[in-house]
Ligand binder design. Structure first.
Ligand code: CA
Length: 261
C-alpha cells in the first residue's frame, strides 16, 4: 500500500479551494492548500507534493511567476502542474505551455473533470521509464523525455552520454566501477572498455560545463555522481582541465594510491 498522493491546491478563492480540497480528500488524496503564490512555492519546496493545481490569478505572486519559479528550482522543477485558467486567458495559456504545464483546466470547471485530469497526469507519470526526474546538484535528468538540464538550461547529450549520466545519477553517492558502467550503458564488455568509459565521461563532462564537478572520479575504481550536499565543494587538488578530473579519497579505503591508468 503506497502512501496517498498529495495534491497542492493553489487558489485564492476560498470557496473553490475548499470544494476541491473536500473532493480530493474524499478521493483518497492528501491535500495541501495555498491561497497565494508565495505560500505555494514554500509548500512545493518543503512538502514535494505529487501534483500542483495552480490557479493563474493569484495575489502576491501570480500563477505564471509561480510556475517559472518552480521550473527554475531543481528541487521542484519536476513537479507536474495543472494550470487553472479563466476563459479568455489564451495568451497565458501559451506561455504556460512553454513553462511545461502538464495540463489545463478552464474555469468554470466541474470538480469531476479536475479529478479526472489529475488522475490522468499522475497515471502518465507512473508509466515505467517515465519515472520522476532525478537530480544531482544543478543537473536534472528526465528519463521520460530524454532531457537533461543544468540550472534549467537544456544540454544536448548523445544516447550513450545520457545513459551514462542516468546510471550515475540513479546511483547517486555510490561508486560505479567502469565495468558496472559498461554493463549498464553498453550492455556488454569488450577490450579496452576502461578507455571507452573514460572517453565518454570526458565528453559528458565537457557538455555539462560547470556541473561537471558533480561527476567525480574515484581513483582506481570508476566514477560517482556526488550528492547534492557534496557539491560544489572546494576541491583541493584539481589536476588541470576546465572541469577537471579529480581524485576523491574513497572512504579512506582506497589508500593504495594506485595510479589510475
Ligand atoms: Ca484566483
Amino acid at each position: 500500500m503506497t502512501a496517498a498522493q498529495t495534491i497542492l491546491i493553489v487558489e485564492d478563492e476560498k470557496d473553490i479551494r475548499e470544494v476541491l480540497a473536500f473532493n480530493l480528500k474524499r478521493e483518497g488524496f492528501g491535500v495541501l492548500e495555498a491561497g497565494d503564490g508565495r505560500l505555494a512555492l514554500e509548500l512545493a519546496a518543503e512538502k514535494k507534493p505529487d501534483l500542483i493545481l495552480l490557479d493563474l490569478m493569484l495575489p502576491v505572486l501570480d500563477g505564471l511567476s509561480v510556475s517559472r519559479s518552480l521550473q527554475r528550482d531543481p528541487a521542484t522543477a519536476g513537479l507536474p502542474v495543472i494550470m487553472i485558467t479563466a476563459k479568455g486567458e489564451e495568451v497565458d495559456r501559451i506561455v504556460g505551455l512553454e513553462l511545461g504545464a502538464a495540463d489545463y483546466v478552464t474555469k468554470p470547471f466541474s470538480v469531476r473533470e479536475v479529478i479526472l485530469r489529475i488522475r490522468s497526469v499522475l497515471r502518465r507519470r507512473a508509466v515505467p521509464g517515465a519515472a520522476a526526474p532525478v537530480y544531482c546538484g544543478d543537473i536534472r535528468l528526465d528519463a521520460a523525455d530524454h532531457a537533461v538540464r543544468v540550472a534549467g538550461a537544456p544540454v544536448a547529450l548523445t544516447v550513450t552520454e545520457f545513459r551514462l549520466l542516468e546510471d550515475l545519477m540513479r546511483n547517486k553517492g555510490k561508486v560505479r566501477s567502469r565495468a558496472q558502467l559498461l554493463d549498464a550503458v553498453w550492455g556488454f564488455s569488450f577490450e579496452g572498455y576502461a578507455r571507452t568509459v573514460d572517453t565518454h565521461i570526458r565528453r559528458l563532462r565537457s557538455k555539462l560545463g560547470k556541473a561537471a564537478e558533480y561527476i567525480e572520479t574515484v581513483r582506481g575504481i570508476g566514477y560517482r555522481a556526488g550528492d547534492d550536499g557534496d557539491a560544489p565543494e572546494p576541491v583541493p587538488e584539481r589536476s588541470g582541465g576546465d572541469c577537471g578530473e579529480y581524485g576523491i579519497p574513497y572512504g579512506g579505503a582506497d589508500a593504495s594510491g594506485e595510479p589510475e591508468q
